[in-house]
Design a protein around this ligand. Structure first.
Ligand code: FAD
Length: 501
């Protein structure tokens, strides 16, 4: 080592002149050729953020191909109605979501303006059990009167939950990766949080001594509006859904899906507009590798499928029934269907007027424009709320045009629409196979499906949210990197025990 250093010092000035000249003359030729090929299936937030983190870790050594047949963003999507554009999928981001905060700042994106005039009401199918006041202090006092000490206790508890969640950022910053979702849950809060994925939210709330009124109203609303489910869902997803009805939530001005496009751009990924049909293990080569079967171009008449070889594959789309239909071939242990099912949520957008009489009001004066339901009701909806365009601005009235967004389990019938709306100028329906059905009996899939074949969306079975998928994608990138470089002591570390990292 020392003698080599001596030689380097001696010849350095001449080398420097020559290499500078060569760099200027042939800038491209001195760039190292990428030696690792990475294929990512899916260009939603999971795939795009994984591409970003993989580029950060492997640098120019890796070339990344992202396969996405549809729009970049996946379930972060928009819909055009009434001359404006609205979020149709993932719309809100929690202020404790450190990765989303970092990305919006790094990419120079702004938060969407908050426009006053939103009024919330909790509806039980017959009446409003809680109505927001025009003054924040009065609303808080009303809530305190209605829910008592449980309100303060629950706010504090969510604060602790969010703080615990941030432990995963520390562990990822230090380069630790987990082969299973349970490893991440354990880092967040030990066995207690691992158990949250296995017990019903209702039980966790009752064990903590919460009264029926807050469970039946506020907690039920959070699970219905955010996941179309009930307090019988698993507790971890329950806590995530409750965090999603807190203050300080934001969206990205101009659309949340800009984050995905920016992540892909920064990672210099090649975006390939194709569907992946299957993953096949390369059994011929001495080095591990996989072939992706790429569907024939959908716009041509050809049915010819091509295939590409990669050293690392990341699956960034749910593998559950009806979601991505990817087959696996040649693996010593079968990679088959994953248990559990995805939940259907229909988002109906209406440019029109609410039938306020159906909710007991003569007109919009006094009637809430954010109606959140506590239980199944005659309208068969989870919520109906005023939605503002992705580019609304304070001071620009035209940009603040609201449309109604209804969340329901099934498409709304003409009879239901008639009951909900006094008039309809335009309507758009987005039918989502949205997120897992959170049965506490579900097992959590692993990130690692084979040596260098990874599955980000396993993390959705703890909770599906933008930030969860980014946490899962960084974990996947770290796992791939650590394994590729033999950094086994950075995999499946009990972060709670190993403080010297
Ligand atoms: C209605 C709704 C509201 C939501 N609200 C929120 C919210 O307010 N806040 C929040 O944080 N989260 C919310 N979520 C959840 C959030 O949207 C998801 O957790 C997250 O976007 C999932 O990202 P993903 O990249 O894992 O998957 P997706 O976004 O589903 O991306 C997967 C991509 O893979 C592509 N793909 C599928 N199969 C193949 C194939 N064979 N080959 C190639 N590509 C393929 C798909 O086209 C898709 O673009 C909501 C979800 C829905 C549906």
């Amino acid at each position: 080592m020392a003698s080599t250093m001596g030689k380097v010092v001696f010849v350095a000035p001449l080398c420097l002149v020559i290499s500078r000249f060569m760099y200027n003359a042939h800038a491209k030729s001195v760039q190292p050729e990428p030696s690792i090929r990475i294929g990512i299936i899916g260009g939603g937030i999971g795939g795009s953020s994984c591409s970003y983190f993989l580029h950060e870790l492997f640098g120019a050594k890796a070339s990344i191909d992202v396969y996405e047949p549809s729009d970049i963003g996946g379930r972060i999507a928009t819909v055009d109605i009434g001359g404006h554009t609205y979020e149709s999928g993932a719309s809100i981001i929690h202020p404790g979501n450190m990765y989303m905060k970092k990305f919006t700042k790094e990419f120079g994106l702004k938060h969407k303006d908050k426009i006053p005039g939103q009024k919330m009401g909790f509806y039980d199918g017959e009446k409003f059990v809680f109505l927001e006041s025009d003054w924040v202090i009065a609303t808080y006092a009303k809530m305190l009167w209605h829910y008592g000490w449980d309100l303060i206790k629950f706010r504090r508890e969510i604060g602790v939950f969010v703080e615990k969640f941030s432990r995963i950022y520390d562990s990822q910053k230090k380069g630790v990766a987990y082969s299973s979702v349970e490893g991440i849950m354990n880092t967040i809060g030990g066995n207690e949080v691992v158990d949250y994925t296995k017990v019903p939210f209702l039980k966790a709330l009752k064990d903590r001594g919460y009264k029926d009124v807050i469970i039946d109203e506020m907690m039920a609303i959070a699970t219905r509006v955010n996941y179309g489910q009930s307090v019988n869902m698993s507790a971890f997803a329950g806590f995530v859904s409750v965090a999603g009805i807190q203050g300080g939530l934001f969206s990205v001005h101009g659309g949340n899906n800009q984050v995905c496009s920016q992540l892909l751009q920064k990672s210099r990924a090649n975006i390939i507009k194709s569907t992946i049909k299957g993953v096949k293990l390369d059994t011929e080569s001495a080095t591990p590798g996989y072939y992706l079967t790429i569907a024939a171009n959908e716009n041509s008449n050809s049915t010819f499928h091509t295939s590409e070889r990669y050293d690392i594959i990341v699956i960034a789309t749910p593998l559950h029934e009806g979601k991505s239909n990817i087959s696996f071939e040649g693996f010593p242990k079968k990679i088959t269907n994953f248990p559990g099912r995805f939940h259907r949520t229909v988002a109906t957008f209406v440019d029109g007027e609410l039938n306020t009489a159906s909710f007991g009001f003569k007109n919009m004066s006094g009637c809430p424009n954010q109606i959140l339901t506590t239980k199944d009701n005659q309208f068969k909806i989870n919520s109906i709320a005023h939605n503002l365009p992705i580019d609304c601005k304070v001071g620009n009235k035209e940009s603040q045009k609201p449309v109604w967004k209804v969340f329901s389990k099934e498409p709304l019938s003409e009879k239901q629409l008639y009951a909900l709306f006094a008039s309809r100028k335009e309507m758009k329906v987005v039918d989502w196979l949205a997120y897992p059905h959170y049965d506490p009996q579900n097992s959590l899939p692993k990130f690692e499906l084979h040596d260098q074949l990874y599955y980000i969306n396993g993390i959705e079975w703890a909770a599906s949210a933008i930030e969860m998928l980014i946490v899962g994608s960084r974990n996947t990138a770290l796992l791939a990197y650590n394994k590729y470089n033999g950094l086994n002591d950075m995999i499946d570390v009990d972060f709670n025990q190993k403080t010297e990292l």
